[in-house]
Write a protein that binds this ligand. Sequence first.
Ligand code: G4P
Length: 283
Amino acid sequence: MANYQWYPGHMTKAKRMMQEDIKLIDLVIELVDARVPFSSRNPDIDELGKNKSRIILLNKSDLADTRKNKLWMEYFIDKGFHVIEVNAKTGAGIKSIYGVVQEACKEKIERDRKRGILNRPVRAMVVGIPNVGKSTFINSFAKKACTKTGNKPGVTKGKQWIRCNKELELLDTPGILWPKFEDQRVGLNLAMIGSINDEILHLDELAYELVRFLCDEYPGLLEQRYNIEISENQDAYETIKAVCVSKKCLLKGEELDIMKASSMVVDDFRNGRLGKITLEAPK
Ligand code: G4P
């Protein structure tokens, strides 16, 4: 899994590219991570993509809490967006995009029709923060009967468009948004899902935070997975120690290997082995 380090230079360049690319398209397909839809979303896209239609894809929905996925769908629909739950890795949910594109772009399609322009495909661009699944989505979507169209007259030279069907073309390079660390929780959530450098937060601290969260929101889950007992108000450090004992995470001389157990818990969460978990609820 990739880790990302962000520098002001990257951000400026990414933003400039996005501003250029956005001029070429009708529709923004914005990916968010269903486990952290708020933290994995940069609201600057609302400004950058104003006057464009928008579809939000709740990606990695396979790793997120099914009930919370529904709540997030309602939240985004309430905000006026079109939303689809997807799994870019398996392609689940992706087929329904075509119908939603027609719905999201119906004004543009109608405008074209009135001007006598028929069959002009909707042009779309995928955007999202690093690691949210943009490349996986484009590959998965493109595989389903899409062909690359290459350069086209009237389109900036070098841009590759993927022709999905006669109604939709996709820019083959995604737009990268940078995470917006408005509050500490955002950084923590992005570290939890492995989208930012683990060094920003120590793995053991990350594991304690995760343990606290899981005990509050998903009681019984850690007990079951690691075959441990957790008493009421038990300190997260004690819980990790219990994982060490149960999973035999030991250093020489039977000393508990806190880092190994911490890493195991965080990894199990990231890979969905702890179950379908969403870290934040809509506000
Ligand atoms: P990016 O372009 O936005 O940076 O993200 P990218 O597609 O590289 O995806 C980042 C990671 O997320 C990849 O895993 C990818 O397989 C995984 N991923 C993308 N969409 C989904 C999804 O809907 N569900 C699940 N479970 N995973 C998804 P990786 O660890 O980097 O590689 P690998 O494990 O696939 O080899």
